[in-house]
Design a protein around this ligand. Sequence first.
Ligand code: ADP
Ligand code: MG
Length: 702
Amino acid sequence: MVLYMDSVNKSPDRCKKAASSGLQTLKGVGPKRVRLLSRLGIHTIEELLYHFPRKYEDRSLVKKIYQLQNGETETLFGMVTGVRDIRPRRGMTITKAALYDGAATAYAVWFNQPYIKKQINKGKKIIVTGKVDRKYGEIQLAVSDYEVIENEEAVNGAGVVPVYPATEGLQPRTLRLIIKDALEQHLDSVEEFLPSDMLEKYNLLPIDRAICSIHFPMDLDEAQKARHRLVFEELLVLQTGICMLRGTASQTVGICHKKNGPLTAEFMRRLPYKMTGAQERVLNEVSRDMESKKTMNRLIQGDVGSGKTVVAAAALVKTVESGYQGVMMAPTEILATQHAEGLMEMLGPLGVQAALLTGSMGKKEKEGVIQDIREGRIDVVVGTHALIQDEVAFQKLGLAVTDEQHRFGVKQRAKLRDKGQKPDILVMTATPIPRTLALTVYGDLDISVIDELPPGRREIKTYWITDSEKQRIYKFIREQVKQGRQVYYVCPLVEESEKMDISAALELAGLLQSDIFPDFQVGLMHGRLKQEAKDLVMKAFKQGSINILAATTVIEVGINVPNATVMVIENADRFGLAQLHQLRGRVGRGAHQSYCILIANPATDEGKARMDIMTRTNDGFLIADEDLKLRGPGEFFGVRQSGLPDLKIADIIRDIKTLSTARDEAIALLRRDPCLRLPENIKLREKVMARFRETDNYFSIS
Ligand code: ADP
Ligand code: MG
């Protein structure tokens, strides 16, 4: 039987074939249902057994129609006395069945599931669960689950019933029956892979019990115990995998950078300011990593404006001083250009050759830079994705930095790394990810936090206003510009397409320039502008000849114009909190008091809550926590692209305690048995490998 690791060592094709024929051995599963199941991501019996219920419904509580409570989700048993489809408008079908319970009639209602009509007809007895709505003088149930009952005794003893993530054409009931059959035939061959001392220590159900109970628990308490075991196992596998990845990386012998010499000293001497304590501490951590023979894999987390760039610059100087080249990759051309200019200013006087490489550079120019990199005439190169194209090769790459890495996937980071012989890796992010989540997402990186802003910065004052108060804002902008300050004006986000974002930006810039601020200079910035145009606009804004810059969110990442003091964001409720915080970070970079104005008329309480949080705090970590709570980790930056396996049952927020327990256990386990070769750990190892192989994670665990 194909259940656990059997599939691991086979080619994917063969494995899939064997597995799906596995599914076909189940009762009621033919080629059509195999196809439907595959739509749910189920190709093997193992995947079927790991297709967990979304929730449960308690059928021990079948009610009579007269007992139904309006607005509650209730379960009803009755005979179908009629079924019909209603089409209130094109593309919408309502299937309505009259149900008689021996005393009264209620109506079960399905939306847009026309196939239902084929499955129930007059005379059949069915049990339905759904939300009760008294409407048009009748009682309706918006059905969330139903089952045709052949044998009436099944009704009262039904107890807790699982509700699965389903797909069209595959009824909840059908899926339940298929899973029931899979359990009957295959549960015996499910092997325990958690070490027995762990089961004991955390009082976890054995795997077969857990899988059985998660699908068909006697009561919700049992379901909960099963869930706990399965969450633990999932997080343990995840954390073990991450720690193994990290172990392999940190054991790799890479480059030993030299201790700081005259070049670094000169760099420090020339800095126009003193580094903050946090910057110094983080730079020390970086230097120590670079000097050690282990490859550095370090993440620098620091709120916007905390001064990450200069730390990276110091590290780049260190690699040059040790006789290597350095590279820094940024997610946008604007940002790459800005970094290149900043670095050239800092490094030029030291005699360090820095260059820029972006996709939009002329062919000749690009080839020139690429050749200079290859032949070692350039010490430090800054660029965009253009850096990871095949043509780019370094003579001697010592350090690879990526800025704002939540924009890059694990793969791109790895590609940059492969431009050299095990160079040290530094990743910078302004997304203040809560620590536990960071362990999950960046588990393969060591983390340094710059938790202090350069001195003299003032809190950015944040206000939330509604559309009707815009005139006041225009007046405020006018005052600021008159005082010599500059303003960012971020246009409404039109999520459908970049094109529409741009037309919104154009419109806004036009409005601001001709109707509202005819006497000021209004500029426009968006992603589709040609590079030269972008450069011109950015230059003009930096020099102060543009007073107000209307922009799409391209402005979000990293732009540094200290004289800009006002950030206006229209339709602010459409943005995520982390994104708003990033945008706000564009101001408050100089000596002047800065302001962030959120214009929004949020329709929901959540929207209002988000605006409120922004006005209350400037603390990126706090905002990130709130964002995580409001939106869930899936939506959180980078979690999707992190290259880690998707979680099937665990929830990083809800199960955060289990996550850290699992992490501690994983670390302890790997200390005793680094490659999980001991007999009692072999099965866990196979499980980890199988789970990580599904992802396109660059690293391989071996
Ligand atoms: P971020 O961490 O958001 O990338 P930057 O590196 O762009 O921040 O730094 C923001 C601004 O703060 C820059 O203008 C930089 O020159 C300045 N800066 C950085 N470190 C210090 C410091 N220790 N003292 C004063 N200003 C600093
Ligand atoms: Mg930055």
